[in-house]
Write a protein that binds this ligand. Sequence first.
Ligand SMILES: [Zn+2]
Length: 191
Amino acid sequence: MKDQLKTLYIDKELSLEKVGKLLGVSPTTIYRRLKKHNIKIRNSGELNKGKPSGASGKTWKLSEKARNNHRLSLIGKKQSLRHRINQGLARRGLLAKEKNPNWRGGITKQNDIVRKSFDYRMWRNLVFERDNYTCQICGKKGGILHAHHIKPFAYYPELRFLVDNGETLCVDCHKKTNTYAGRGKIYGILT
Ligand SMILES: [Zn+2]
């Protein structure tokens, strides 16, 4: 037994584990026997070699790089899956239009509102200027004034920003016009 140990461990320089395997015993047993026979042990840490590391002893530690690669591959899978789901939904018209990559209506609509709002303010100021900030019905000057569309805003879109279609009115006189009720609704979009 001692000769066998010497041959395998010293001459062939096999590890405790390999020697143990060849002799049908555990590396620990080989370790003990080597000690018993005063054979110098090359590396006592060898006993732990091959055993799982980590606090739980159940998991192999992945290198930092390996873990990162694993994480990135998971993210990649997640994103491509979401992308495919969104594509599927968009094809069936089920995706919220804002999230649909093909939807451009929001920008156009927003631009439209900004432009019309600007046009409206320009038109209103030009009407006030022309009328010298004076109500065209009662002659009151200043205070809160409205620019009233002579031909209704809602029915004559082509006349909306025509100064000739506007007149300056004080709030009281404006309230008496028959298109006043629609004012909030119509002006609400623009101002
Ligand atoms: Zn008035």
